[in-house]
Design a binder for this molecule. Structure first.
Ligand code: PLP
Length: 414
């Protein structure tokens, strides 16, 4: 039976290539600096792990929309943390926020998905799986890789079919760039979004890891058209627990019902024990604050370290303002790289892996043009548990430091 030609094209291969090269190096006992994969290095707090163990017997299907005490805990938590004025009726809990993003897209018979480039790897494949057109708007290093109101307005003015709903997926702090938006920037963008009636999915999964703890939200300027998504994966270090949620504003109640319908026909509900443990996580404000303060401080200092080292050898890179990532651009090395036959971000990341063991992801995986010499660097190749158990002055990020040194030496030797 030949099934291959009936399968969809998957970009997953790009990440797999890097993983394969890194496995080969490890088998040969060579160092690998894992800056490719961006999982939280921090352990889930013990109290929350215990809550999960105690809930292991919970075997029932829960409501598709999510366990009510959990939805209420999410509302209370985000009121305290971010002054969000939500109601539990408007929260939908899912097995990770990722599936919920897909459910929103799948709720539309026809839509256009608009993505700033660079954006997280899964939005475009999800948009296509849902049967929609996907459009990228490429951003610039000098704009901190941020979408500008002019760019958004220009695109909306020249859309082929302005009647088709336009869904912008808008993520800040950003994976892959680590950049976030100021209140003034969000306000200016919201004016354009309102004018063109854009539905925005504000992916705020990294919001609690904003380093200055002064997080601005688009929702404040555009409540009626803004769906917020978030979850436990990043701030609570619990990606594999698969617990996320979205808030859909009351103005979009019909959409909310449709999304719940899609959820019901796909994942049914998030796992019951996880929902119970998540209720504890969202109810423990003091615990969360202590955990968050430590993470922000650590992540900020590692980001600063990496950024300064890379800038010193001529790399264009902005320090992260939140999350786990920076987005180095190697334009100043274009001619030297070209002499070595490297003209795309994919060639750059493969050569780097082969020659130095430094694993980065190519900018093209995030929607950047093939020939843009950009990469994503996840600066979380360290053991968060060990780091937490030490005195703040004894934090050691040897692996990150060595990897950055390898990268800088390679560039200097070009
Ligand atoms: N959005 C962004 C930008 C992410 O980086 C991730 C996880 O890597 C997700 C969404 C998905 O998060 P979840 O674990 O809630 O599905």
């Amino acid at each position: 039976m030949t099934i291959n030609k009936y399968l969809r094209v998957s970009k997953y291969s790009q990440t797999l290539l890097i993983n394969q090269a890194s496995l080969t190096r490890e088998q040969n006992q060579q160092n690998v600096y894992k800056f490719g994969f961006g999982q939280s290095p921090f352990p889930v707090p013990q109290e929350i792990v215990k809550a999960l163990a105690n809930a292991a017997h919970r075997k029932e299907y829960m409501s598709v929309q999510g366990h009510l005490p959990l939805r209420q805990a999410i509302v209370d938590f985000h009121l305290q943390q971010e002054q969000k004025k939500w109601h539990s009726d408007n929260i939908i809990v899912g097995a990770g926020s990722k599936i919920l993003l897909f459910c929103i897209m799948a709720a539309f018979e026809q839509a256009e998905i608009l993505l700033p480039a660079p954006s997280w790897v899964s939005y475009a494949p999800q948009g296509k799986l849902a049967g929609h057109k996907v459009t990228w708007l490429t951003t610039e290093f000098n704009d901190h890789w941020q979408l500008t109101p002019e760019q958004l307005n220009d695109y909306c003015n020249k859309r082929d079919n302005p009647d088709i709903p336009l869904i912008l997926v808008f993520n800040y702090p950003s994976n892959p760039t680590g950049q976030t938006y100021s209140a003034a920037q969000l306000s200016a963008l919201a004016t354009v979004m309102k004018k063109h009636n854009i539905l925005v999915i504000a992916d705020e999964i990294y919001s609690l890891l904003t380093f200055n703890n002064n997080y601005e939200t688009l929702e404040h300027f555009y409540p009626e058209g803004c769906i917020v998504s978030s979850g436990l994966s990043k701030w609570c270090g619990a990606g594999g627990w698969r617990l996320g949620f979205i808030h859909i504003p009351p103005e979009l109640s019909k959409l909310k019902e449709t999304v719940i319908g899609v959820a019901s026909e796909t994942y049914s509900c998030a796992p019951a024990p996880i929902q119970i443990a998540a209720t504890t996580a969202y109810n423990q404000l003091d615990l969360a604050n202590e955990f968050l303060t430590k993470q922000r401080e650590l992540l900020n200092s590692i980001s600063q370290y990496c950024t300064e080292k890379l800038q010193a050898v001529g790399v264009n890179v902005h320090a992260a303002q939140g999350g786990f990532y920076i987005f180095p651009q190697f334009d100043r090395f274009t001619s030297k790289l070209m002499q070595r036959g490297i003209t795309t971000s994919e060639q750059l990341t493969l050569t780097l892996m082969e020659e130095t063991g430094v694993a980065l992801l190519p900018g093209s995986a995030f929607g950047m043009p093939e020939n843009s010499l950009t990469t994503r660097l996840a600066f979380v190749d360290f053991d968060g548990e060990q780091v937490f158990s030490k005195h703040p002055n004894d934090y050691s990020f040897d692996k990150v430091k060595q990897g950055i040194e390898q990268l800088c030496n390679w560039l200097k030797a070009l």
